[in-house]
Write a protein that binds this ligand. Structure first.
Ligand SMILES: NC(=O)c1ccc[n+]([C@@H]2O[C@H](COP(=O)([O-])OP(=O)(O)OC[C@H]3O[C@@H](n4cnc5c(N)ncnc54)[C@H](OP(=O)(O)O)[C@@H]3O)[C@@H](O)[C@H]2O)c1
Length: 300
């Protein structure tokens, strides 16, 4: 059995993670932390876990050493405490955004604060088994992509690798409300959310940088929340398509009649994406053919 613990287990993503872990035949859930709810039964906070665990939330200072430690904690807090977390497990699986990007300048650009553990950037394997399965088998540090980023990466990477994308990608993402987390706030009230569409990141969404890093292509992303019709996250990608050159023929010129590739993907969790960015100091791809500063995830 693999002995695991979850930090930040009272939140939405922590609860979903507990649901998966408590049904896994080879996992022993040994601890789940909550600062606010320590001592409370887990299934009292996450009622869908009734009958699956008899554990209570514990405080973080009660953590031991585990085979795997999952971090479902807010970004910024996660990078600040990563050195401590690394000492608590053979393998760390981080669900926050703090170690998804490999470039410190890009992190600062998109998250609005300097990265506090730059030496660790680039040491996490992306938690996308579809593209990194072999590396994940032995990885001791894993960073799970954002939900909408994951939808974009799954849909676009095969097209990018086949050379079918010749220009900037646009991603139009829709999320429900779980992406904002379980923390109460007036913007999350039913009266504010019900039936309303909220464009909360019209430009420079944080997941834009993740998709760009994974595909090596320029990405522009818009994220809209609410409407009451989305469970999880849905992302629709559009890009002018590069025409395949047939053997023995020259490529036909492309222009206004260029066909457009559209793909879509769905990610089962919500999304947490707010904040402002004012500058971009890391170079990013400006066209599909320009030299990319990103190392493609799959070949990294
Ligand atoms: N929601 C999603 O759909 C989603 C999807 C992908 C990734 N994520 C990422 O997962 C992480 C958690 O998101 P969430 O939506 O689950 O948020 P959430 O519902 O607000 O839960 C966050 C949890 O972290 C704990 N926490 C808060 N501040 C902390 C601190 N300073 N130190 C330690 N623990 C702290 C809180 O528990 P206590 O206060 O009780 O300790 C809370 O249970 C974030 O980094 C988010 O970006 C979320």
């Amino acid at each position: 059995m693999t002995r695991v613990a979850v930090v930040g287990a009272a939140g939405y993503i922590g609860g979903e993670l507990l649901r998966i872990l408590t049904t896994h035949p080879e996992v022993e859930l040994a601890a789940a932390t909550s600062r606010r709810l320590r001592g409370r039964q887990i299934d009292g906070v996450h009622p869908n876990l009734r009958g699956r665990t008899r554990l209570a939330f514990c405080a973080e200072d009660r953590l031991d050493h585990y085979d795997v430690l999952f971090l479902a904690t807010p970004h910024r807090e996660t990078m600040r405490r990563m050195p401590e977390f690394l000492g608590r497990a053979d393998t760390i699986i981080d669900l926050s955004g703090d170690f998804r990007l490999r470039c410190a300048d890009t992190y600062e650009d998109y998250y609005g604060v300097p990265h506090e553990a730059t030496a660790l950037l680039g040491t996490f394997v992306p938690g996308v088994p579809e593209f990194h399965r072999e590396r994940l088998r032995t990885a001791d540090r894993v960073s799970v992509p954002g939900c909408m980023a994951n939808a974009g990466i799954l849909a676009l990477t095969p097209l990018a690798e086949a050379g079918l994308i010749r220009d900037e990608i646009t991603v139009d993402a829709r999320t429900g409300s779980s992406g904002a987390g379980a923390t109460a706030g007036s913007e999350n009230l039913h009266a504010e959310r019900s039936g309303a569409l909220r464009v909360f990141a019209p430009t420079r969404h944080r997941h834009e940088a993740e998709i760009s890093q994974a595909t090596g292509l320029p990405v522009r992303m818009t994220a809209t929340g609410g409407g009451g019709r989305t469970r999880g996250a849905a992302a629709v990608q559009g890009t002018p398509r590069r025409r395949r050159r047939r053997a023995g023929t020259s490529a036909r010129p492309t222009g206004s009649g260029t066909p457009t590739s559209r793909s879509s993907a769905w990610s089962p969790s919500g999304a947490a994406c707010t904040g402002s960015r004012t500058r971009r100091s890391c170079p990013v791809p400006t066209s599909a053919t320009s030299a990319s500063p990103w190392t493609r995830s799959r070949t990294a």
